[in-house]
Design a protein around this ligand. Sequence first.
Ligand SMILES: Nc1ncnc2c1ncn2[C@@H]1O[C@H](COP(=O)(O)OP(=O)(O)O)[C@@H](O)[C@H]1O
Ligand SMILES: [Mg+2]
Length: 264
Amino acid sequence: MIKVRNLVKTFGTFVAVRGISFEVREGEIFAFLGPNGAGKTTTIKMLTTLLKPTSGSVELDGLDPAASPNEARKRFGIVFQDPSVDDELTAYENLDFHGVLYKVPRKVRAERIERLLKLFDLWERRDSPVKQFSGGMRRRLEIARGLLHTPKILFLDEPTLGLDPQTRNQLWTHVRQLNEAERVTVFLTTHIMEEADRVAHRVAIIDHGRIVAQGSPAEIKSSTGSQTLEEAFLALTGETIREEEATGLDQMRRMSRLWRGRRA
Ligand SMILES: Nc1ncnc2c1ncn2[C@@H]1O[C@H](COP(=O)(O)OP(=O)(O)O)[C@@H](O)[C@H]1O
Ligand SMILES: [Mg+2]
């Protein structure tokens, strides 16, 4: 369903993606796994017509997204790292609006919205404004929206970012259910090794713009003699997993700890 050959992206003199190759089969959940700054979002953008590759080739369901962007866009749905549902609209209205943009005919739209809201446990809340939703509900709504035009591939860029562990688990359960119910191919990114281990049929581990391993989680673990993907990552790169870029809040907490330590 996805074929990538020697894909490269440079920003000025900086090489963000260094000639990666991989294939994703139809119906598969494929995880693109790697620490912050590894090149995951850059790769997703090249696969989804948002960034032009510097070199290399991409094929989505037999199409080159750079040559036929409009045709390619009909084949996939995408959920970005940053939230993008409209707070003032209800869950139903958000989906309806998106369906109009994608020219889904009215009758099909109504059926599809009902099916997806039910699949994602949001049907009872369809008439509530999204501003009343929890983080997990919003994420589920975004994923439902990405599926409205019945794409063959769903791209999810760090869908569990900012969610608590319980909500993350729930989200992965929904993704698995949807993969089975709709037979949609899922390409997701995460920096949490354990999540990929649990949800993905196959993974590619990316570090500093290079794929350092790919295969089923079991294959990767056994090839490195590791118990977990996290251990495998360590064995493959010789590096510890880099911390997430500190947010403003983290920095403030760190400073406040330092400051309290000094006073004590
Ligand atoms: N538009 C850009 N201009 C310059 N550098 C960029 C740009 N986008 C991403 N990068 C750099 O490319 C690298 C990979 O970024 P990204 O693909 O966002 O990583 P990830 O999603 O794996 O965290 C990072 O070092 C990032 O700073
Ligand atoms: Mg990213």
